[in-house]
Design a protein around this ligand. Structure first.
Ligand code: NAD
Length: 289
């Protein structure tokens, strides 16, 4: 591939295509009497979380998926939140439950995530789903890592046998993504805040995914010519502009394919959430058969 004109991986366009397919599937399911439904729980007034929740509600409306928003005050107790989750677990109209993170300090995130019925855990953060993923068994796959895999496939680069380097080891991005790359037969390295020689490890990558939450952490000098670069990071500049973890201007000179921020991984995360909700709805009838 020509290293001076890399392929920009348009997550917005890919997400739109995926949502178009899902919209037809939802219409068909609805005609059969099963409208997929997503409940979103938001605690507090974090402005970024409010934007994410709004985008998710919009996507549901666009696709014909039912959605319910539960907006709780910032001082909600862990007990009250867990009780709400349990009530929604029992609601047959709700196929997916999403608790928007981060939660206020008085609430233990793990206690809330553990309370979600794994069959309705459309974020794929429940330890049962993470365990199934690690074991290579069917479960619900976290949305952002699933979106990253779709974007790599969109680049046309085969994952099998490639050096896949992930910067970031969180439970919601880095770790689950490592398992997905393994399933696709990639050779996986995970870097984190204590990795030595980050630059050197990144330069080995045929496929480089950066999910550290550090603006500009990765620059062109850390990228192997022709590599696929997926930027998961979402950071806000002093002027309020969104920017990724990759210095796009220098990286674009080296990469064979690269995602922009915004318009790369973000829209794919939402498309994958919609896909997980439709799949969770489908599975409720499959288990009744
Ligand atoms: P996190 O804070 O939980 O984890 C960050 C990881 O990066 C940690 O494992 C840490 O060890 C590593 N790290 C931090 N500084 C580093 C450094 N200097 N060198 C090497 N590794 C370093 O973050 P997260 O929840 O995984 O999110 C990561 C980023 O991705 C954030 O910017 C977040 O906003 C973004 N994000 C985007 C989407 C999306 O849909 N686009 C979804 C989830 C997260």
């Amino acid at each position: 591939m020509d290293s001076v004109s890399p392929k920009i991986l348009d997550g917005k366009a890919l997400a739109a295509r995926i949502k178009e397919g899902l919209k037809k599937e939802v219409a068909q399911l609805t005609a059969e009497g099963l409208t997929p439904g997503l409940a979103v729980i938001l605690v507090g007034e974090d402005p970024a979380s409010q934007v994410y929740v709004r985008n998710k509600e919009r996507a549901c409306a666009e696709l014909g998926i039912n959605s319910w928003k539960h907006h709780l005050p910032a001082d909600t107790s862990q007990e009250d939140l867990v009780q709400l989750v349990k009530r929604i677990n029992a609601d047959p109209e709700v196929h997916g439950i999403l608790v928007q993170l981060p939660l206020p300090a008085q609430i233990k995130t793990e206690a809330v995530l553990d309370a979600i019925d794994p069959a309705k855990d459309v974020d794929g953060f429940h330890p049962v789903n993470l365990g199934l993923l690690a074991a290579g068994r069917p479960g619900i796959i976290p949305c952002t890592p699933a979106g990253v895999i779709e974007l790599v496939k969109e680049s046309g680069v085969e994952i099998a046998g490639k050096e896949c380097v992930i910067v970031g080891r969180s439970n919601i991005v880095g770790k689950p993504l490592a398992f997905l790359f393994l399933q696709e037969h990639g050779t996986v390295t995970i870097c984190h805040s204590r990795t030595r020689n980050l630059e050197e490890v990144c330069r080995r990558a045929d496929i480089l995914v950066v999910a550290a939450g550090r603006a500009g952490l990765v620059h062109g000098g850390m990228i192997k010519p022709g590599a696929v670069v997926i930027d998961v990071g979402i950071n806000r500049t002093a002027e309020g502009r969104l920017t990724g973890d990759v210095d796009f201007a220098s990286a674009v000179q080296q990469a064979g394919a690269i995602t922009p921020v915004p318009g790369g991984v973000g829209p794919m995360t939402i498309a994958m959430l919609m896909k997980n909700t439709v799949t969770a709805a489908r599975r409720t009838v499959q288990t009744l058969d």
